[in-house]
Design a protein around this ligand. Structure first.
Ligand SMILES: Nc1ncnc2c1ncn2[C@@H]1O[C@H](COP(=O)(O)OP(=O)(O)OP(=O)(O)O)[C@@H](O)[C@H]1O
Ligand SMILES: [Mg+2]
Length: 512
């Protein structure tokens, strides 16, 4: 059912109170005007700033007075004629405002009368915020962003008077419309007008410009961020099993796999010891698969606006759908989802966000691959377990991995052949129990030491000295790490690296 059909259904069913959740007031009002025209219903709007506006005169005129939010409902219950739709803009601020008790009670009292006389009160609001008192009486309609068909009509409207030769071929037109998915009508109209102003015609350049506009919108949406492609595969040392699995999955996004209806992978969760390359793997994956990386900022999802978090996550997943194929990266997901545990301060909001996210994970049909990372797995709700194709555990790097990580960071520090310049075997030996982040820090420290000492080159001794000064997290938090490791040992998560011959962090060091 499209939006108009859904709206029409609510009118036909005689639903007296509706909450339309949308950022697109104009679009919604236009649709209501069309319905009013067809069904011979009057249409008016009211808002706190400008009071009443008559949009379509009904059979009996609505007596409009200067009424405030305090007197509005009384005025309506006495004066609003039948066969009339009244749109109350941003009325969520009133029914959740200081007079909430009075307003919600009055609305409930009005319901039978409204229903009997075909009077429809539609509240528009950007977020879903129906007070519990009205849950049974108000039907909530979440207005989805425009579809390709909506954009088709809009494009026709914008370009209808133009000469044929400046219009796109059907294929390009289709691509332009698709690239606008995720924009509101107003934003898309602006993007189309910008194309016209910039190029004086609609060709392939339009796709690029509209896509750029969408990037901006995504950036501004708050919760999602386009992450530039930053790390190549060679910047991740070790993690061989995880890398191999990710490489295997790449073909699932190919046109061939799609043609065969191969199910595409839903996502992977990376857990494990801090500083072992979880976030790094996310950054690498976008380069490996050549797909855009969208980072979901959970802090921004739980904005300060009460009730907005659910709408935020909905918008974010929707935008990811429209950008797909893409990777949706949720860093440190425990921070977002752990709060859904009963008793926590934001339990209500966190539970709804988790619910919305889980449903989307289950049902979305678009090729969006979710890469989530977590440290504190104990805090994760169990419902999350089954939603990822695999869970991987990133352990302390073994000898071969530490050697690779040393090489990566020494090369980054400008050393061309680190294995020739440094006694790597000794460094690998002395760094038992160190994670990638700590090795990176050791290299940086050695760089400073050497630079401060007459800007000379780094020597193995500088690195050994720096190693001696760091207490690795595997020592300072050894118990917590043993606890985490159980995820791997009891088989809940796959090991990201092949098993070392010796237990990393404990065994005798074998150089490889
Ligand atoms: N396997 C690795 N290969 C190369 N560098 C690594 C590796 N692991 C960690 N590093 C270095 O350490 C830095 C921090 O790693 P990263 O942010 O990926 O850790 P994390 O596992 O996400 O940690 P946290 O759990 O604290 O978020 C990386 O930017 C990188 O420079
Ligand atoms: Mg991280």
């Amino acid at each position: 059912m499209n939006l108009e059909q859904e709206m029409m259904m609510l009118i036909s069913a005689g639903v007296p109170l509706v909450n339309l959740v949308s950022y697109e007031e104009d679009r919604v009002l236009r649709k209501l005007a069309e319905i009013g025209e067809r069904e011979k219903l009057g249409l008016a709007s009211w808002d706190m700033a400008d009071g009443f506006q008559i949009l379509r005169q009904g059979k009996t005129a609505l007596p409009v007075k200067d009424v405030t939010s305090d007197t509005l409902l009384k005025h309506l219950s006495e004066k609003m004629p039948g066969a009339q739709i009244l749109v109350l803009k941003d009325f969520h601020q009133v029914w959740n405002g200081p007079k909430k008790a009075l307003v919600t009670r009055k609305l409930r009292n009005m319901v039978p009368q409204l229903r009997a006389e075909a009077r429809f009160v539609w509240v528009t609001s950007p977020v879903r915020e129906v007070p519990v008192e009205l849950k049974d009486d108000v039907v909530v309609l979440e207005v989805p962003l425009p579809t390709v068909e909506d954009f088709d009509a809009l494009f026709q409207e914008v370009t209808g008077k133009l000469e044929r030769r400046v219009l796109p071929s059907p294929e390009v037109r289709e691509k332009i419309l698709r690239s606008a998915l995720g924009l509101t009508t107003t934003q898309a109209r602006l993007a189309f007008s910008m194309v016209w102003a910039a190029y004086g015609r609609f060709d392939e350049r339009a796709i690029e410009l509209v896509t750029r506009k969408k990037r901006e919108v995504i950036q501004e949406s708050g919760a999602l961020e386009f992450w530039p492609e930053s790390e190549g595969e060679s910047s991740v040392g070790g993690l061989g099993l995880l890398k191999a699995w990710l490489k295997k999955l790449e073909c699932a996004f190919s046109a061939k796999a799609r043609a065969k209806d191969l199910p595409f992978p839903r996502g992977v969760a990376l857990i494990g010891i801090p500083g072992t390359g979880k976030s790094l793997t996310a950054k690498m994956l976008s380069g490996l698969w050549k797909l855009p990386l969208l980072r979901l900022d959970m802090g921004a999802v739980f904005g300060s606006l009460l009730g907005a978090s659910e709408a935020n996550i909905r918008l974010a997943t929707h935008l990811a759908d429209t950008v797909s194929p893409c990777i949706l990266w949720i860093d440190e997901m425990e921070k977002a989802f752990a709060g859904s545990a009963a008793g926590s301060l934001h339990a209500g909001a966190a539970t709804r966000v988790l619910g919305t996210f889980l449903t989307w994970m289950q049902e979305h049909k678009s090729p969006v691959f979710v890469l989530a990372t977590a440290n504190d797995v104990a805090a994760l709700p169990p419902e999350l377990m089954g939603r990822f194709d695999r869970w991987y555990f990133l352990d302390l790097p073994d000898e071969a991995e530490r050697r690779a990580i040393f090489k990566i960071h020494l090369e980054r520090a400008g050393e061309i052949f680190p294995e020739k310049r440094f006694r790597l075997a000794e460094l690998v030996d002395k760094s038992t129990g160190f994670v990638g982040r700590e090795i990176e820090r050791v290299v940086r420290e050695a760089q400073f030491t050497a630079f401060a000492d007459n800007e000379r080159e780094i020597a193995t001794e500088d690195l050994l000295g720096a190693l001696g000064e760091v207490v690795p997290i595997s020592q300072s938090h050894s118990e917590a790490i043993q606890e985490l490791r159980k995820w791997k040992t009891d088989g809940r998560a796959f090991p990201a690296s092949s098993e070392p011959k010796q237990d990393p962090g404990r065994g005798r060091v074998i150089d490889v």
